[in-house]
Design a protein around this ligand. Sequence first.
Ligand code: SAM
Length: 212
Amino acid sequence: MNRNVKQTQHTRNRYNTTSIIYNLMEWPVEQLWYKNWRHTLWQQVHGPKVLEIGVGTGKNISYYPDHIGITGIDLSSGMLERAKKVLAKEKKNRVTLREMDAQQMGFPDNTFDDVVATFVFCSVPDPILGLSEALRVTKPGGRLRLLEHMRADWSALASLMDRLDAPIHYLLGVHIARQTIANVKKAGWDLESVQKLSRGGIVKKIIAVKPG
Ligand SMILES: C[S@@+](CC[C@H](N)C(=O)[O-])C[C@H]1O[C@@H](n2cnc3c(N)ncnc32)[C@H](O)[C@@H]1O
């Protein structure tokens, strides 16, 4: 079996398992920081046609603006089941959720005005492939909006993260030492802005534009 297929299966399995306790695990960071960051991010999304990659358990759904059409995808059926319940409760009728791999999306080129992902490219097995696919399905001039945790800017912390990356990935399917800004550029996006949201630059908001 090819390496990417194996790693994608590993990621899917890990998220199917952790989907049961995901919201509980994330509760403290969600209350302290994430919910404010989500709120600000979604206020800047105008669409009208938007893709959310890695919707997970649907933590962004309540922040979706009512006037835009949103397609949400995720690799894990377990995570997606929870997102579907949130969607039913929130009664957002311009939203569609689909099980799909961000590394190989079933959308035509130049489909979306904005692509959004929050804490996803730490988990996508081949992040440059996923970000290139995001570029392909975005219209020229459209934007990529990310909230991501990544390798720290402080070198001592960064080398500790490098050492812990493999065991944490094995246990949870997430990489803690990704170089996400470099990956966005390698995938062909033009970087528009990078905002440090946490100490050491571990969490950043990244906005990039599709050239053209
Ligand atoms: C850390 S969770 C974040 C979920 C959600 N975006 C949030 O903010 O809570 C990462 C999500 O990315 C999804 N994911 C990982 N690799 C993916 C891929 N190749 N294609 C689509 N979704 C993927 C996982 O299944 C999981 O739901």
